[in-house]
Design a protein around this ligand. Structure first.
Ligand code: IMP
Length: 196
């Protein structure tokens, strides 16, 4: 079945698409619907934003919609950047966001953090939102070329000695916040798509 991803983030599309393919569903990017503007995301929680994006696109396509709202929570920063992870700096790009995070944590020894991924699925049968997380710490310098966003700074507990950006794509999928959230997707799909 065709499921619209309520996002134009190419990295999310790739990661979710490769994990959805074995379930026999095609993930359709939002850019296939050029008449639909970028969905709003002005809620205070990851789940609230994911539901807001998925509902917005479902109302305009009538197709089942999946949305991902994700980000990084750093304990020493009171959970920041959190839902503002994408717009942590005015430039809203990984280079400046990562540079700011390194600056903010200069001299800080308590560096624990987690990635959070809320997924929301909306169909004509209703909606659901849930989350996956991955625990780790923030490194002192950027390492690795894979992934995107804060991956070069995130040191997952589950992969000692490597940053998230040093993991192969299948290794990231196996431990990531997005991979963990996607584990609950088959059950949600059968509830909201009727086993299609
Ligand atoms: P969103 O598009 O509002 O959900 O913003 C997500 C932001 O969180 C991204 O732009 C990244 O900065 C960060 N983020 C989310 N997931 C990941 C990930 O898997 N790796 C690295 N950064 C991520």
């Amino acid at each position: 079945m065709r499921i619209v991803l309520a996002s134009n983030n190419a990295h999310k599309l790739e990661e979710i698409g490769r994990m959805l393919a074995p379930l026999g569903h095609d993930l359709v990017p939002l850019r296939d619907f050029p008449e639909i503007p970028d969905p709003p995301e002005d809620q205070e929680t990851f789940e609230g934003n994911a539901l807001q994006k998925a509902r917005f696109v479902f109302e305009r396509t009538g197709l089942p919609c999946l949305a991902d709202d994700s980000g990084l929570e750093v304990d020493a920063l009171g959970g920041a950047p959190g839902v503002y992870s994408k717009r942590y700096t005015p430039e809203a790009i990984a280079e400046t966001n990562n540079a700011k995070l390194v600056r903010e944590l200069a001299g800080v020894t308590q560096r624990t953090a987690r990635f959070v991924c809320a997924l929301a699925l909306v169909s004509d049968r209703g909606d659901e939102a849930w989350r996956g997380t991955v625990e780790g710490a923030i490194g002192h310098e950027l390492r690795g070329e894979h992934g995107f966003g804060y991956d070069p700074l995130f040191l997952p507990d589950a992969a000692p000695g490597r940053s998230m950006a040093q993991l192969e794509p299948n290794e990231k999928d196996a431990i990531s916040h997005r991979g963990n959230a996607l584990k609950a997707l088959p059950a949600a799909l059968s509830r909201l798509l009727g086993g299609a």
